[in-house]
Ligand binder design. Structure first.
Ligand code: PSU
Ligand code: MN
Length: 330
């Protein structure tokens, strides 16, 4: 990451978290020594979610990917802060042992969105945080930047099922910049963009005019804003923060070209699965499991590992973005 962007992030953190002793969650959140030291010294920190670890991939690929992502953050001069709730304690920054524990727990850990946090803490449970819950804890400890693969969105037929991810409302109420590869076309992308507009979320696509669809660079829908460098992103975040806008920013980085051929294959499987779901009248809560199962079959099951990519976009020194890849089963 360009050093001017890194120092801007460090400045944002100071701004965002002026060692405010009354900040929410004080004494209830366990911040790892590494993350705590970075926040105190004004070193840039990047928050990471954990549902992708527990629910996104099988063990041990999940822990491998989680470690790889943390290593990429470090290589780029920042400190990773993976967020999860362990034995009822919200943790910001996990040790290798804690990452390993969460990864082994897999789906036994509760998928934890905003609505689930109080319950997981009250019952001393284990929770893997989604984008919404991760944003909340990042905000409480003063981390303005959060990197993930895909965010949740408005589901297809969401206009009647009202299945809209709480990631979207969280972006509307918590001033965190979420850097992601966009929204999967399993979801309703145009309605997701409309809903984010209603929520007042600034959406910027990175080096493109189009909003990316996770597996493919294009979705057919224009992104409201465009940024072309880490500095552009930093200025956007800075403006949002300085003005106290209080809603989030979504920066969408398209899948790198070298992976887009596989991305296109997956996209055509998604389209086929969607058509089958319509023909077989599969809707509501049965829809997503059907679609994902079918896409898995259509892309050849065994080739899951090579065909599915979890895009972890990161800014590079030269302004390009990099990606880590791993099998995905969600
Ligand atoms: N979509 C993806 N990858 C993911 C998720 C969604 O392409 O990893 C995960 C994230 O943790 C996200 C959550 O925050 O699922 C959204 O779930 P829901 O639709 O139930 O809100
Ligand atoms: Mn939902």
């Amino acid at each position: 990451m360009a050093s001017s962007a890194l120092s801007r992030i460090a400045n944002l953190q100071r701004h965002f978290n002026p060692s405010n002793p009354t900040s929410k969650g004080e004494g209830l959140i366990k911040i790892s020594p590494e993350v705590s030291a970075a926040l105190t010294r004004g070193k840039p920190v990047v928050a990471l979610e954990s549902t992708i670890i527990s629910h996104g991939m099988p063990y041990p690929q999940n822990v491998g990917t989680a470690k790889e992502v943390e290593a990429i953050v470090r290589e780029n001069g920042a400190v990773p802060a993976t967020v999860a709730i362990l034995d009822g304690v919200p943790c910001v920054g996990l040790s290798v042992e804690e990452l390993e524990r969460l990864a082994k727990m897999g789906r036994k850990a509760r998928k934890t969105a905003r609505r689930d946090i109080a319950y997981v803490v009250a019952t001393r449970g284990n929770g893997a945080t989604t984008v919404s819950a991760t944003m909340i804890f990042a905000s409480m400890v003063g981390i303005p930047i959060f990197v993930t693969g895909g965010i949740g969105g408005v589901h297809r037929y969401g206009e009647s099922t009202m299945d809209i991810s709480s990631d979207l409302t969280e972006l509307g109420r918590t001033p965190i910049a979420v850097i992601s590869a966009g929204v999967k076309s399993i979801l309703d992308i145009p309605r997701t963009l409309e809903y984010l507009e209603t929520q007042g979320v600034c959406i910027a696509a990175y080096k493109t005019d189009e909003f990316p669809a996770f597996f493919t660079e294009t979705s057919g829908y224009k992104a409201p804003c465009r940024v072309d460098s880490p500095e552009d992103c930093a200025r956007l975040i800075d403006s949002n923060m300085n003005l106290g806008i209080n809603s989030g920013i979504l920066v969408a980085i398209p899948i790198p070209k070298e992976y887009s051929a596989s991305g296109n294959l997956i996209e055509s499987a998604i389209q086929k699965a969607l058509k089958e779901a319509r023909e077989q009248n599969i809707t509501g809560s049965a829809e997503t499991p059907f679609l994902l199962g079918r896409v898995n079959e259509l892309t050849g099951g065994a080739s899951l590992a090579s065909n599915f990519f979890v895009c972890i976009p990161m800014f590079q020194e030269d302004g390009s973005s990099s990606v880590t890849s791993s099998p995905l089963q969600m």
